[in-house]
Design a protein around this ligand. Sequence first.
Ligand code: DX5
Ligand code: ZN
Length: 219
Amino acid sequence: MVRLAPSILSANFANLQGDLDQTKDCGLKMIHIDIMDGTFVPNISFGFKIISDIRDKNDYFFDTHLMIGEPIRYIEDFKKAGSDRITVHYEACKDLRATLKAIRDAGMEVGLTAKPETDPKLLLEYFDQIDLILVMSVRPGFGGQKFMTETKDTMALYRKYIDENNLDIKIEVDGGIKTSNVREVLDLGVDEVVVGSDVFAKDIRAQIMAYHEIFKEYE
Ligand code: DX5
Ligand code: ZN
């Protein structure tokens, strides 16, 4: 079953729990948490306190996407705040193997991603250490951007590699997804779909239910 990961980046932070309450009772399993440091990407989002403040009231898998330099410095803090999975950027880590290991050792699932312009093949050598490969389908930093069609080649490449090598790794896509184009990535065999503005800037509950209906076509 494909899973939806609504990104709270596009939620109303003045009413964050109110927005999250609208996601309840529609079969949702996880939310996506975008952390930006203003250096690795040209935007700043929020930090640990938001995560820990929403942790107890929301029984979801916390899928945490770190767009920060040298994330190894903060793995323990994200664990403490309540993250269930941490995805780091290939470009952001001096010692990527040590960073992926630190996430695993802290007891979380391990995700890896890269900017759209990075050669996706460079990430393959780390597939022995990860649970999830995230394909960025926009340049990281902002919600509401246009889906970059050329990133579909990356999804196809990872799908083929994972299947041929029989690996237990999920593929997630992040950026520019809408109900109108989500089938394009589902057709390529992605397992998890991050959606920000198309959920939180609209009728939240109706949009989640619309995605779940589309996912049923792929069961
Ligand atoms: C972009 C973030 C995304 C973003 C997606 O840097 O990683 O998770 O919130 O937002 P939409 O769905 O609006 O493109
Ligand atoms: Zn993200």
